[in-house]
Design a protein around this ligand. Structure first.
Ligand code: FES
Length: 175
């Protein structure tokens, strides 16, 4: 079950790989002294690149590294939909549900994907291949309805296009 907010605030901070730590330190160094916490967003991206999601323990570690309160990291991570606060499947389908997409059928699109994958928004398929999320405007309103997966946009979606997309993702997961 998806949680929208970090639950276990006292979860122990986890360690990151040497490569991630090196990149975090590089990013932190880009900011003036006293303004290091401006690196939070970049650090959360690095966390997600390494772990696939952003756990409470990871956020607690980011707070430790930046010497700030954990709540400051939670606030950022829970504000942006691109951060996954729970483990996700190989393909995270992020369907835009904002006005322009909604006007041309994003609700139907979401319902269709739910039916096809036998999951609800926020859930992951049993085989771990797909997670379905809804997000706010991704800046491709002229190509609505649309979704993003692995930073790739799938635009002007129809049921047929969704079927093709899912088949291609299943095929790709075999290699
Ligand atoms: S409203 Fe969906 S991309 Fe802008």
């Amino acid at each position: 079950m998806k949680a929208d907010h970090p639950q276990a605030v006292n979860e122990a901070p986890i360690d990151f790989s040497a490569a991630t730590m090196a990149e975090m330190n590089r990013v932190i160094g880009l900011f003036p002294e006293g303004k290091e916490k401006s690196a939070i967003l970049s650090m959360l991206h690095l966390v997600q690149d390494e772990l696939g999601w952003v756990s409470v323990g990871a956020m607690n570690r980011v707070a430790q590294i930046l010497n700030i309160e954990a709540i400051e990291v939670y606030e950022v991570a829970t504000f942006y939909t691109m951060f996954h606060l729970n483990p996700v499947g190989k393909n995270v389908l992020e369907v835009c549900r904002t006005g322009p997409c909604q006007l041309v059928g994003s609700d139907d699109l979401i319902a269709y994907i739910e039916e096809k994958l036998e999951i609800k928004v926020g859930q992951t398929t049993i085989d771990g291949l797909f997670t379905l999320k809804t997000v706010e405007c991704l800046g491709a309103c002229g190509y609505a309805p649309m979704l993003m997966c692995k930073y790739q946009f799938y635009e002007r979606l129809t049921k047929e296009k969704v079927n093709e997309m899912l088949d291609a993702m299943r095929e790709a997961s075999k290699s």
